[in-house]
Design a protein around this ligand. Structure first.
Ligand SMILES: [Zn+2]
Length: 66
């Protein structure tokens, strides 16, 4: 089962600001499309249960009813 979560890279903005290299005298930032979510602002997370109970409906387990 999967669900959507806010992208942890851009915090849901879809873009993030990057500073230009130190060679430039003035500090400018550029908006870049987030590589984590591709600009959507959210990511799909595959949620897997920590454990899975598999039960054979045709099998009988002990003397107690389940
Ligand atoms: Zn993102």
């Amino acid at each position: 089962m999967a669900h959507a979560e806010i992208c942890p890279v851009c915090m849901g903005r879809g873009t993030y600001a990057t500073a230009k290299p130190e060679t430039s005298t003035t500090v400018t930032t550029t908006e870049r499309v987030c590589h984590g979510c591709g600009g959507k602002g959210w990511v799909t997370v595959e949620a897997k249960p920590k454990y899975e109970i598999t039960r054979d409906p045709n099998a009988t387990y002990g003397p107690w009813p389940i």
